[in-house]
Design a protein around this ligand. Structure first.
Ligand code: AMP
Ligand code: GLY
Length: 429
């Protein structure tokens, strides 16, 4: 019955996990990844089309007659890849361009949240630096300064002083540090509490929560140092209690999906809410319009359902008909990053020990920034290089298993956090 040819768009750890999971579906005949990475290329076909090149990806999909396109990263979603594919009759998983504004424009999102009555920090949006400075002078610090558009996770400054905020406004609006992504700036109230991620599937009407998960954003142990895309993740996340989950679905996700629909936007795909939780109430910090990376890796290791069936239910607006089957075990992912990350990463370092690490039981070494080197070697080619992911009976055991496999791997300048899952472990202790 395997007759489906699938194109996976992207080349990070998330896309390796997606390709790995899709390959387990009896419905899938062929998987191609664009552009992929060295780890994906060991298991499936990769083509050198960049994930941002909407026209080339749409041409590829038509030429190769893919029955399904699964889009990993936000850039092609905000650039309208799903719209371009739909226009040519190709099924794709992920929101259209208008829905992807939830991640692509902070101003759009803040307005939508206000309109839907969803809790979020008080804010104002500015395109004029003088007006932004005047507002800042009025409200003072602490304050959060955000570039409106996509800035690779670097467009947010939590300013503790007015001077810091002034500098951030100028570098975004005047110096265009993030180009047109900084044509507008959002100034918002600093929230306090505990940061939590919540991922759900939606078909534009129903909301189906994924298993809970949590990532680690800072580069250093104990949540120190600069922000990154994520240095590790685990699932389940004990902070997300059933009560909090109900609160987030009822007061955040359902109203957002309904408000989008009211505006003519049928949002299909993953909706990822970044939340600040205080006294059991959740406020929205941001949305992502895709699986988190690295949250996707532990989540897909735990998902037992056929991912193609799940994706079909989303695309065909039948999400209310399905349930998700999860491995009761926990999963943890330790990200191994290159020297220099989250700044400019060192490339070309030879990675050793991959095969030994992969022989550990219930462990998968997902590749992110890797490329083929000389003589069949694998070398670093990006900031986050690998995501060592393992299952265990408890979070503590999953974490220990991921570190056991990590101990086999080495490359020059390798950095990783030694405290993945720490918050979950201290909570259950
Ligand atoms: P964002 O991309 O909007 O999630 O912002 C990145 C990070 O900045 C978040 O993960 C938070 O740690 C922090 N942040 C964003 N907005 C706020 C806020 N209103 N109050 C406190 N911290 C924030
Ligand atoms: N791990 C956070 C993200 O994917 O944005």
């Amino acid at each position: 019955m395997s007759s489906l040819d699938v194109l996976v768009v992207g080349g990070g750890g998330r896309e390796h996990a997606l390709a790995w999971k899709l390959a387990q579906s009896p419905r899938v005949r062929r998987i191609v990844c664009a552009p992929g990475n060295a780890g994906i290329a060991r298991e499936t076909e990769c083509v050198a089309v960049p994930a941002e090149d909407v026209a080339a990806l749409a041409d590829l999909a038509v030429r190769e007659r893919f029955g399904l396109v699964v889009v990993g990263p936000e850039a092609p979603l905000t650039a309208g890849l799903v719209d371009a594919l739909a226009a040519r009759g190709i099924r794709a998983f992920g929101p259209t361009r208008d829905g992807a504004q939830l991640e692509g424009s902070k101003a759009f999102t803040k307005d939508l949240l206000r309109d839907a009555g969803v809790a979020t920090a008080a804010y104002e949006t500015f395109d004029d630096p003088e007006a932004a400075h005047a507002y800042l002078a009025r409200v003072g610090a602490p304050i959060v300064v955000k570039a409106d558009g996509l800035a690779a996770g670097k467009g947010v400054v939590v300013a503790e002083t007015v001077a810091e905020a002034r500098e951030a406004i100028d570098s975004i609006l005047r110096d265009r540090l993030f180009g047109e992504a900084g044509a507008r700036v959002v100034l918002e109230e600093k929230l306090v509490g505990e940061e939590v991620s919540f991922l759900a599937l939606t078909d534009g009407r129903s909301v189906l929560p994924l298993a809970t998960s949590q990532d680690h954003k800072r580069i250093g142990d104990g949540d120190t140092g600069p922000n990154t895309g994520g240095m590790g993740a685990y699932s389940p996340a004990p902070i997300m209690t059933p009560e909090l989950e109900r609160e987030v679905v009822a007061r955040v996700l359902q109203p957002v999906v309904a408000k989008l629909r009211e505006r003519g936007i049928v949002y299909k795909g993953v909706l990822y809410a970044g939340l600040m939780v205080s006294e059991g109430r959740a406020s929205v910090l941001e949305f992502n319009v895709r699986f988190g990376d690295p949250e996707c890796q532990p989540l897909l290791m735990r998902l037992r359902s056929d991912l193609v069936d799940v994706v079909d239910a989303v695309i065909d607006e039948r999400l209310h008909e399905i349930t998700l089957d999860w491995d009761p075990r926990a999963a943890a992912c330790v990200v191994l990053a290159a020297a220099g990350y989250p700044g400019t990463p060192a490339k070309g370092a030879v990675i050793r020990g991959l095969d030994v690490a992969a022989r550990e039981p219930d462990t998968v070494v997902f590749h992110a920034g890797t490329a083929g080197g000389s003589g069949g070697s694998v070398v670093t080619s990006g900031g986050r290089v690998l995501g060592v992911t393992a299952l265990g009976e408890t979070i503590a055991e999953a974490v220990a298993a991921a570190y056991r496999a990590t101990a086999h791997i080495h490359f020059d300048g390798m950095q990783f956090r030694r405290d993945i899952g720490r918050r979950a472990l201290s909570r259950s202790a």
